[in-house]
Structure formats: structure tokens, C-alpha cells
Design a protein around this ligand. Structure first.
Ligand SMILES: [Zn+2]
Length: 357
């Protein structure tokens, strides 16, 4: 008989996430949380016995310093006194510092739920997002790097040693990459549309110094279908995970590669996200005691975001999916170039990974 306690999924969010408001036409808007929560409620997901819901506390300054420089933290805190612009697309309002700390606190709580044996996997339904924030900079709607903070927190407080981050957001997680570029304790694996903001994430970016070989980038052409992702997981992610043996798998789960996303042009579907979640869960089960934390990054079509998140969470909890009916993308474009890029990556990484030799 399946042990039901091992199917327990933690969902972490906070009602105050909707107080982060960057102006009415900004794509990173409060409804990205409120609509998703509404949808989860309408599908009875929040009161499903396999899913526990908890609210985080804001991260304290000391834990922020695990990743960010003191100067940068003080800059965000100072600008939050009056408001300002961190970058052209990333305004700071008077509550930004507090809500950004609450977002980082959400990522941390998602990890703690697993390490304290209260759940077997977790989804952090958090905002603002984090993967474009580096040690001393923000941008791309990000202030503090939630997933990087989670990594350092789990190192410090739970003694974990090896982390694998899969960043399936349609944008390259330049901040996360920068933070761990010379760090072999974090294997960062990103797929992203290129060309697109922030313009980084070329195949040749593989890490530096001791971290060389521990950054993997697979840029995808406009129009690439999510069907391609199965091959990416099979040929790159799984072999790397089996050789690296991380203590936990983390996902920068931005669903803006969805075919209906208004600010990007890939063609992932609800079914693709279910497949990706299932496959990554299989690896987590095999390698790291099912430990899997997803944290929300982007995703700007509210319907697609609600449906993909509810499907991801129900998949994580071992429940049936709820919303897989959808119209197909106009044109399924299996990108042949992806295959050649996968081969290129294997060649570039063969000096660092036996599995590619
Ligand atoms: Zn994104």
C-alpha cells in the first residue's frame, strides 16, 4: 500500500503577496497570486487532505545576507522608504522590501516543510519572483533571489551539500547563474527562449573555476514546443542528476513558456507541465528521497498560470489532474535544432561529466 504521508505536498503562500503592486499595466501583477488562489479554491485543492497550506514569515536580514551583499540589501531597504526604480522594469514601492522578504521567506518555508518531514515535496506560490536577482543587483521584476536563498538556507540550517536547480522559466535565470557560477555545490540547469530578456544563457556559459561544468544552458528558439522537453530531460537532466546525486531538486517554476503567455513565444501546454513535473518527480524519487521544491518565477497569462499551477500541484500530490483540456498551439514545432544543441552541450561538458564521455 502506498504510504500516503509520502504524498503530502506543501503549498506555501501568503495573502500579503497581493500587496506588491507595480502599477496597473505591469505584467507582474497581484492577480498572479489572487487568481491562482481563487482557481485552487474553486477546484478544492486547498482543502485536499494530501495538500497542506502554510503561510511564511518574512526572511530575516541575516538570512538575506546568505546571498546578497549588505550594500544591496540596504539599497533596496532605502529605496523602499520613498519608492524608486531598481531597473527600468523593476520599480520599488514603499512595501517592496517587506514583501520581497516575505517571498524569500516563502521559498525557505517550502524547503523547511520537506526537511522537517512535514511534506515530501513543496510548491512556493510566491511573488515577487527572484531568478533575475544577483548578489548585488535586481531587475526583471526580481529583488532578492528566492531560490538561491533557499539553497544557502538549507546548507546552513540543514547541512545539505548538493543542489540541482532546474530553471524552466522562459527567461534565463541570470541572477541564479551568477550567484552559483563558481560553486560546484549547485548544478544549475536552465532552458530559456533566446533571443529574449536578459540575453544571457548561451551554451558556452558552463561555470567558472571550481564551478566549471556545473552550469548548463540550453537556449530554445522561438516557437519551440514543450514536447521537446522530454528529450531534454532524458538526454541531459536525468544523466546529470544521476551522476551528481543532489540532496534535493529545486525548480525555478515560471510558467511563461506556456503557449498563451503574452511576453514570450514558446509553445508549452498544460500537458507538457504535467509531464515535466512527473518526470522530475521520478528522478527525485530515485535520487533524493522524493525531495523536490518548486518556487514560482514568471508566468503572465492568468488563466494559463492558474491551470498550470493547479496541475503541477495536483501532480506533485499524486492526485488526478484537473484542467488538461485546452486548445492546442496553432503549430507544433518540434525544434530539430534542440537535438543538435543537446549534442553540443554533451561535447562541451564531457570533460566534467563521465556520463557524457
Ligand atoms: Zn520569466
Amino acid at each position: 500500500m502506498e504510504d500516503t504521508s509520502l504524498n503530502n505536498t506543501a503549498l506555501v503562500y501568503h495573502p500579503d503577496y497581493i500587496k506588491h503592486n507595480l502599477g496597473f499595466d505591469h505584467p507582474e501583477r497581484p492577480e498572479r497570486i489572487s487568481k491562482v488562489v481563487e482557481h485552487l479554491k474553486s477546484k478544492n485543492i486547498l482543502n485536499n487532505p494530501s495538500i497542506s497550506v502554510s503561510y511564511p514569515d518574512p526572511l530575516n536580514d541575516k538570512d538575506l545576507e546568505l546571498v546578497h551583499t549588505n550594500d544591496y540589501i540596504e539599497k533596496v531597504r532605502g529605496m523602499s522608504n520613498y519608492g524608486g526604480m531598481l531597473s527600468i522594469d523593476t520599480p520599488i514601492q514603499t512595501n517592496t522590501f517587506d514583501i520581497a522578504k516575505l517571498s524569500a521567506g516563502g521559498a525557505v518555508l517550502a524547503g523547511k516543510m520537506i526537511l522537517e518531514d512535514k511534506a515530501c515535496n513543496a510548491f512556493g506560490l510566491i511573488r515577487p519572483p527572484g531568478h533575475h536577482a544577483g548578489k548585488n543587483y535586481g531587475g526583471g521584476f526580481c529583488y532578492f533571489n528566492n531560490i538561491a536563498i533557499l539553497v544557502e538556507y538549507l546548507k546552513k540550517h540543514f547541512g545539505l551539500k548538493r543542489f540541482m536547480i532546474i530553471d524552466w522559466d522562459v527567461h534565463h535565470g541570470n541572477g541564479t547563474q551568477d550567484i552559483f557560477y563558481e560553486d560546484p555545490t549547485v548544478l544549475y540547469f536552465s532552458t530559456h527562449q533566446m533571443p529574449l530578456y536578459p540575453g544571457t544563457g548561451y551554451i558556452e556559459e558552463i561555470g567558472k573555476g571550481e564551478g566549471k561544468g556545473y552550469t548548463v544552458n540550453l537556449p530554445l528558439n522561438t516557437g519551440t514546443s514543450g514536447k521537446t522537453y522530454e528529450k531534454i530531460l532524458d538526454d541531459l537532466f536525468f544523466p546529470l542528476a544521476k551522476e551528481y546525486k543532489p540532496d534535493i531538486i529545486l525548480v525555478s517554476a515560471g510558467q511563461d513558456a506556456h503557449t498563451s503567455d503574452p511576453i514570450a513565444s514558446l509553445q508549452f501546454t498544460n500537458q507538457d507541465y504535467i509531464m515535466m513535473t512527473k518526470r522530475i518527480m521520478e528522478v527525485a524519487k530515485l535520487i533524493c528521497k522524493k525531495r523536490l521544491v518548486m518556487v514560482l518565477e514568471g508566468g503572465y497569462n492568468l488563466t494559463a498560470l492558474s491551470e498550470t499551477i493547479s496541475n503541477i500541484i495536483t501532480t506533485m500530490a499524486g492526485l488526478n489532474q484537473l484542467n488538461i483540456l485546452e486548445s492546442s498551439p496553432k503549430e507544433i514545432k518540434i525544434d530539430k535544432e534542440v537535438e543538435s544543441k543537446i549534442e553540443q552541450i554533451k561535447i562541451i561538458l564531457k570533460d566534467y561529466w563521465k556520463t557524457f564521455q
